[in-house]
Design a protein around this ligand. Structure first.
Ligand code: FAQ
Length: 325
């Protein structure tokens, strides 16, 4: 069902497109009822729905460890974090619906395997230290990306990012604290933290997407100020922020080529294995099949909840109508 308040796509005549681009250039925010080129709308639906799917699938790797958290305090934090990620997904699905799509269709695309979600969630969580690495690195990368998206040209997405980033900051801190604690612990605990960093570092760098020269959507999205920084710029910012954090907790980044360039004041990384990245986003990562199966199972098992919610909403509507009559 298409929400009735949404501006319906109109033919993209050049005068309207020029006026729209003038608004973007002037730094104005585009709202759901504003006219927008069909291509802008489609790009936002693509990007926002992939983002929403990522949040929801992103619950799985950590959800796997809730029952095995080493203390009540850790269990409560992890439980809250995983629940937050689900909330972020619902929040972004709502934002996507302002563009005239129905979330059920988007979820069908995810479950049928035709929609993408972030590559990072196709890696396994093998030890408790992976909870630390995900919070620190994956949420850390998400914050770098989303802080900039909070200034994007589409109002509902930008506002969603503001709220979500506040929670992601808490997630990152709890992850870094786990890593710092393990790093100061027994040799076995420190080795576990180092092993988690070794496995999550490169996939975290891949979260920012292909390098700028191989990113088909970037030029258009940058022009429309949906993206405010390129994939490589954001990846570099993440590296510059994260390397000193690793040093502070005495962990070693798994990159023999990593070096600080004193002229540019940037940390330079070695080559990223892009074959691995493209293989994962094509569906052939270590856990792609497992993740989709888990989502499909959860969706099927949740059918009774959706039916109950719909029945309740219908009853409430009926009550409201009879009161109004
Ligand atoms: N994984 O031309 P570009 C989180 C695809 S949320 C999979 O560069 P674009 C919170 C891309 O879709 C993490 N696919 O594309 C959390 C496109 O494919 P298409 C999610 C990827 O859109 C933490 C193709 O490659 N965040 O972590 C990836 O300009 C902990 C060409 O790429 C967002 O979604 C990838 N990593 O830039 C939750 C943020 N990268 O559609 C739980 C919003 C690229 O043509 C636990 N999204 N692709 O078939 C974005 O910022 C952008 O969409 C990018 C990609 C940067 C991801």
């Amino acid at each position: 069902m298409t929400p009735s308040n949404v501006a319906q796509p109109a033919a993209d005549d050049p005068i309207r497109v020029a006026a729209f681009e003038g608004r973007i250039a002037a730094g104005e925010t585009i709202e759901p009822k504003d006219w927008m080129p069909e291509r802008y709308r489609k790009q936002l639906i693509r990007m926002m729905s992939q983002h929403a799917h990522s949040e929801v699938v992103g619950m799985l790797p950590e959800g796997n460890w809730i029952t095995r958290a080493p203390s009540l305090r850790r269990k409560m934090s992890l439980l809250a974090k995983v629940q937050d990620e689900g909330g972020h997904g619902l929040y972004i699905y709502c934002g996507t619906e302002t563009l005239g799509v129905d979330r059920h269709d988007l979820i069908d695309q995810l479950l049928s395997g035709t929609a993408k979600y972030s590559s990072i969630f196709n890696y396994p969580t093998l030890t408790w230290a992976d909870m630390g690495a995900i919070g620190w690195l994956v949420d850390g990368a998400a914050i770098v990306n989303q802080t900039v998206l909070a200034k994007c040209s589409y109002g509902p997405y930008a506002r969603a990012m503001l709220r979500i980033c506040k929670e992601e900051n808490f997630h990152k801190r709890q992850g870094y604290e786990i890593m710092a604690t393990l790093s100061k612990g027994t040799p076995a605990q420190k080795a576990m933290a180092q092993d988690a960093l070794n496995r999550w570092w490169w996939p975290s760098l891949m979260m920012f997407g292909p390098s700028d020269k191989d990113s088909p959507h970037s030029a258009e999205l940058l022009r429309w100020k949906v993206k405010r920084k390129s994939n490589d710029e954001l990846r570099q910012r993440f590296v510059d922020l994260t390397v000193p954090q690793a040093h502070a907790i005495a962990l070693v980044l798994p990159d023999p080529d990593l070096k600080h360039n004193t002229d540019t004041n940037h940390w330079e990384i070695g080559p990223i294995n892009w074959d691995e990245f493209f293989n994962v986003i094509k569906g052939n990562g270590p856990c792609n099949r497992e993740r989709l199966e888990a989502r499909r199972r959860a969706h099927a098992e949740g059918a009774w909840v959706r039916q109950a919610a719909e029945a309740y909403a219908a009853k409430q509507r009926g009550r409201a109508q009879s009161t109004a009559a």
